[in-house]
Design a protein around this ligand. Structure first.
Ligand code: HEM
Length: 141
């Protein structure tokens, strides 16, 4: 049973993080001037469904797997998961603000919004990669 839930955990990870990598990569094309803001929004809006579904799958399967919360690395992973959730809500507002800047190129975006977007996406990648690496180390030690 443990292996089945670990499998569900990993499938959920593929769905959530795979979608994030694709959306961030697509957004990078906007920064390069090869895609418009609208095109990125058309992709990132439906992507939210996959990301939040994957996250839900990770939490539910993770609870069933039963993490050993006395381990410092597991505690760190849980902090990263909380950061992922809070930053996910923050990214929802970033997306809303970007939607109000339709037709504006990445370079012409106002500095505050530019910083807010890049900082939120960087934090998202760091927290996801940190949780993935922590999970991998915990399982293999
Ligand atoms: C962003 C969220 C998460 C990511 C990226 C993530 C990632 C991972 C990874 C990569 C593994 C190792 C799989 C393997 O090597 O076969 C793992 C295992 C595991 N995860 Fe997660 N996970 C997340 C959320 C959670 C949550 C919320 C819980 C618990 C509530 C959890 C509990 C576990 C448990 C119990 C294991 C088995 C290893 C252990 O005993 O800690 N995970 N996770």
């Amino acid at each position: 049973m443990y292996k089945t839930f670990l499998f569900i955990h990993l499938i959920s990870l593929i769905v959530a993080y795979g979608t994030i990598v694709f959306v961030d990569f697509y957004g990078f094309f906007w920064a390069l001037g090869k895609r418009t803001n609208e095109q990125v929004m058309q992709v990132s809006s439906p992507a939210q469904i996959l990301i939040w579904s994957g996250l839900t799958g990770l939490v539910v399967s993770g609870i069933v797997l039963g993490p050993n919360l006395s381990r410092p690395l597991t505690q760190l992973k849980m902090v990263l998961v909380v950061i992922i959730f809070i930053n996910g809500i923050n990214l929802h507002f970033v997306q809303k603000a970007l939607k109000q800047n339709k037709g504006v190129s990445f370079q012409k975006l106002n500095k505050k919004l530019l910083f807010w977007s890049v900082a939120s996406l960087t934090l998202s990648q760091l927290a996801w990669l940190g949780a993935i690496i922590a999970g991998f180390i915990i399982t293999n030690s």
